[in-house]
Design a protein around this ligand. Structure first.
Ligand code: HEM
Length: 537
């Protein structure tokens, strides 16, 4: 009747503990046989061919030949760090234990660029990933966000398309930098919902000074549920203690050449010097309603943000990164984030981008980390006890006991679902699903692709606008196809005539008329990097 555990210590089976590959004073084979020499292969005489029987040679070379695993299909280049999250408390809105006042939770954070390969430069113009794994007492919670609050597309089915458009062209495999090419601008000018994210990329946010100086956003709207079963809708925000700072374009380009590791070096150096990077976690909380709309913003549309003036970001805790990884591969490469790793008190909404992500992450990790047992890799192991019914598979590390891996059973299972409400158990919020025909369509409220881009543009300071104009001009000047430049200018005309005219002038092209009349919008000062206030001690 004792529940099984996954602990690979073999305590119940008498097997030795899992090797860490660095035990004892002597060099051995992977089988533990002590070696005399690792510099010479076994040959038929000193000048002869290598003998097939040389087990050490074959083991060493074979293992090396298989050292590489596939890089992530997106966010391949990243840098991670360990830390601790301390909650200020958020019990009014969520039953999540790690958000109880004073609770400390270990975390691992991985920052990344999106489009470059694993060896690409840090300071390219791109979105940055900001993924956090909270090892909570109630299981792992992953907040897999970016440094921009909006995304390119509204439906996950277009994710392969936007990534194909943004990755290097398949014929010449250039460029590594995101935005300087035809397919990127072709996509964002044809799929105009991408215009908003594209402008964030063209803004100073696309070239951060440091990971330590980036905001983070969960992007989607999540549904929170408190101990009383009351729900609220929420967006997650990370606010860096150091404020948001960017490089200038000239700096970014020079640093790409002089120190392509600039951001990871900055992160590791800061932590090792004791200057621990800090972020405050905040929630924008809005009432749950059947419309899932707030201030005319459809909360299921990931190309829209909720202005902070309308729903202030309420601080709920502090993240401190205080330890660099010991081994890049074991931690930063093998970590597997997933938006579906949720804990009681935090649930998903029907945002069609989020819904698609719920499928994609485990799916890709099945290949990247070779099989279904990657949650057992040390960096991915929950700190909460695990008692699942998953068995066997490639790279199984657990030595499961018992004979009846199903529940309930009458042989060795006990009762994993004790009577009564367990407040720590995950809760699927019983939201009503509208009775509607099956369709491949999006709601009409997803159709406005320009007014929030205009809002962002009008919220910028003069110097930030100047940078945006220069970024569009530079990136579009790299397009070979005139029709793509012209189509993108027509999108800019719908965002703002002044912006459009200036970029058109820089490209030596006529400035087109808007096809959608620009709407009146109220600027949101919180969007500007200048003149912001930040959390203080
Ligand atoms: C990886 C964020 C949308 C598929 C990542 C990572 C981040 C991220 C931060 C890197 C995780 C790490 O450091 O290991 C986001 C955000 C999105 C978004 C904020 C939109 C709001 C999507 C969509 C899909 C997707 C729509 C697919 C339908 C992937 C895949 C990976 C990834 C396949 C690689 C994961 C791995 O190999 O472990 N994403 N993503 N993402 N994302 Fe997304």
């Amino acid at each position: 009747g004792t529940p099984e555990t996954r602990t690979p210590t073999g305590a119940t089976t008498g097997l030795p503990p899992a090797a860490n590959g660095q035990q004892g004073a002597f060099l051995t084979t992977a089988q533990g046989a002590r070696l005399r020499d690792t510099d010479h292969s076994l040959k038929a005489g000193p000048r002869g061919p290598i003998l097939m029987q040389d087990h050490h040679f074959r083991e060493k070379i074979t293992h090396f030949d298989h050292e590489r695993i596939p890089e992530r299909v997106v966010h391949a280049r990243g840098a991670g760090a360990h830390g601790v999250f301390t909650s200020y408390g958020a019990a009014e809105v969520t039953r999540a234990g790690f958000l109880r006042k004073g609770k400390e939770t270990p975390v691992f954070v991985r920052f990344s660029t999106v489009l470059g390969s694993r060896g690409s430069a840090d300071t390219v113009r791109d979105t940055r990933g900001f993924a956090t794994k909270f090892y909570t007492d109630e299981g792992n919670f992953d907040l897999v966000g970016n440094n921009m609050p909006v995304f390119f597309i509204q439906d996950a089915i277009k994710f392969p398309d936007i990534i194909h458009a943004g990755k290097p062209h398949p014929d010449r495999e250039i460029p590594q930098a995101q935005s300087a090419h035809d397919t990127f601008w072709d996509f964002v000018s044809l799929h105009t919902e991408a215009q908003h994210h594209a402008m964030w990329n063209m803004s100073d946010r696309g070239i951060p000074r440091s990971f330590r100086m980036m905001e983070g956003f969960g992007v989607h709207t999540f549904r929170l549920v408190n101990a009383a079963g009351e729900t609220a809708l929420a967006k997650f925000h990370w606010k860096p203690k150091l404020g948001v700072h960017s490089l200038t374009w000239e700096e970014a380009q020079m640093i790409s050449g002089m120190d392509p590791d600039f951001h990871r070096r900055d992160l590791y150096d800061a932590i090792e010097a004791g200057a621990y990077p800090e972020w405050e976690l905040g929630l924008q909380i809005v009432p749950d309603s059947p419309e899932e709309t707030f201030a005319n913003v459809d909360l299921l549309d990931p190309t829209k943000f909720v202005p902070e003036e309308l729903a202030p970001v309420q601080p709920v805790g502090m993240l401190v990164l205080n330890r660099t990884p010991t081994n890049f591969f074991a931690e930063t490469e093998q970590v597997a984030f997933h938006v579906g790793n949720l804990v009681a008190g935090i649930d998903v909404t029907n945002d069609p981008l989020l819904q698609g992500r719920l499928f994609s992450y485990v799916d890709t990790q099945l290949t990247r980390l070779a099989g279904p047992n990657f949650p057992q890799i040390p960096i991915n192991r929950p700190h909460a006890p695990v008692n699942d019914l998953l068995r066997d598979g490639f790279h199984q590390q657990a030595v499961h006991t018992g004979v009846a891996p199903y529940r309930p059973n009458s042989l060795d299972g006990g009762n994993p679902f004790p009577a009564g409400d367990d407040e720590n158990a995950f809760l699927d919020v019983p939201v009503t699903v509208a009775e509607a025909p099956k369709v491949r369509a999006s709601p009409v409220s997803f159709d406005d692709h320009f007014s929030q881009v205009r809002l962002f543009w009008l919220s910028m300071s003069p110097v930030e606008r100047e940078h945006i104009i220069r970024a569009y001009t530079f990136e579009l000047s790299k397009c070979y196809h005139q029709e793509i430049r012209e189509r993108q200018l027509r999108c800019l005309a719908n965002i703002d005539p002044v912006l459009c005219a200036q970029v058109a002038a820089g490209l030596g092209l006529p400035s087109p008329e808007p096809t959608v009349p620009p709407v009146d919008v109220e600027p949101s000062p919180a969007l500007s990097q200048l003149g912001r206030t930040w959390p203080t001690d």
